[in-house]
Design a protein around this ligand. Structure first.
Ligand code: CA
Length: 225
């Protein structure tokens, strides 16, 4: 497993590199945001995960995240942020990050988040699921809509897979959160709404009488098959 660390604080970066290498990861470190963006675009398949600092001197981590997602890079990204405001967290997730940790964080917390993001859904269940014009291949980790490949982040993929395994069922928010975020996500269930909004943009046809993803007031969401 190869991780790209983008962080301009040398001490923190060196500590992360050392710690992650002790856990068996291969780690590349860049301190420069612009170089990191170029590296991610060019070598996206080389990395299993990117740890991206929000406050970089040249270009912000959120901008990098948005840019590489727009370029179709789906590598999991965990943001390292010093800010802890709710609004800002939503903004980060909207930029396409899979998760974030707030500085100062413990190394154990970071490892837990990395493991959660890298954890893939069980692949023992049937491989191809199809509903309406959407087809999901859990082995290949791909989703197509009307034959066209739709790039999804890991979290988005897990959500679509969960819904497609339970079509036409009202899924309670807690069950969805438990399934997709394997460890405690303290008091921040807005994260689900943010991801659902992103998924609707990618997969829903707004002219349908019945939306693909329906909000069930007071319960959660339902995928209408
Ligand atoms: Ca920084």
């Amino acid at each position: 497993m190869r991780i790209l660390v983008v962080e301009d604080e040398t001490k923190l970066a060196e500590a992360l590199k050392r710690g992650l290498e002790l856990k068996g990861f291969t780690v590349d470190w860049l301190a420069d945001g612009d170089k990191a963006r170029t590296r991610i675009m060019l070598y996206k398949d080389e990395y299993d995960l990117i740890l991206l600092d929000l406050m970089l001197p040249d270009v912000g981590g959120d901008t990098i995240c948005r840019d590489v997602r727009e370029a179709g890079v789906m590598t999991p990204i965990i943001m390292l942020t010093a800010r802890d405001e709710m609004e800002y967290k939503i903004d980060l997730l909207n930029s396409g990050a899979d998760d974030y940790v707030t500085k100062p964080f413990s190394f154990d917390e970071l490892i837990a988040r990395i493991q959660a993001v890298l954890r893939r859904p069980a692949e023992t269940l049937p491989g191809i699921l199809a509903i309406r014009d959407i087809e999901l291949d859990s082995g290949k980790h791909t989703v197509e809509k009307a034959g066209k490949s739709i790039p999804l982040t890991l979290k988005e993929f897990s959500l679509v897979e969960l819904f497609m395994r339970h079509p036409n069922e009202a899924m309670p928010r807690e069950a969805i959160l438990d399934h997709v975020w394997s460890f405690d996500f303290p008091g921040f269930s807005n994260v689900l709404d943010v991801h659902m909004k992103n998924l609707r943009k990618k997969l829903d046809d707004y002219d349908d009488v019945e939306p693909l993803f329906e909000t069930i007031r007071g319960v959660g969401y339902r995928l209408n098959g």
